[in-house]
Design a protein around this ligand. Structure first.
Ligand code: FES
Length: 130
């Protein structure tokens, strides 16, 4: 995909530090931060939601780097988006259930959610720190 001409406003790519070599398909990701502020950013597809969220200042820590062992990438999936995601694997579910902020209807680990173009418009909320 050819990189579009430079724009005179930030469309979110600057927030996640993409260089020319990193350019890939992008899709809209709506994120409510821990202050309740909703952001609309461009998330790179083909990688986990966590990879985008850990690059923004108000995003997730993701200290295990996506190994499904820290739960610092906990998000709440909004609306009916939860039904459109593949079900969590047992290890993800087990880790989520240990969290005080676990919500069975909305909780996911963002490192285990692959972001695809078909998920453009996905809305998530960053869960409180544990
Ligand atoms: S980044 Fe550690 S569990 Fe997701």
């Amino acid at each position: 995909m050819a990189r579009p001409a430079a724009q005179d406003h930030c469309d979110g790519r600057c927030l996640i530090g993409l260089g020319d070599e990193d350019w890939g398909e992008m899709a809209e990701l709506k994120v409510v931060d821990r202050d309740g502020i909703e952001h609309s950013i461009e998330g790179r597809t083909g990688i986990s939601v966590m990879e985008t969220l850990r690059e923004v200042e108000w995003g997730v820590a993701a200290i295990c780097g996506g190994m499904c062992s820290c739960a610092t990438c906990h998000i709440y999936v909004e609306g009916d988006w939860m039904q459109r995601l593949p079900a969590p694997q047992p290890d993800e579910k087990e880790l989520l259930q240990e969290l005080s902020g676990y919500d069975p209807a909305r909780s996911r680990l963002s490192c285990q959610v692959q972001f695809e173009e078909s998920l453009s418009g996905l809305k998530v909320e960053i869960a409180p720190d544990e």
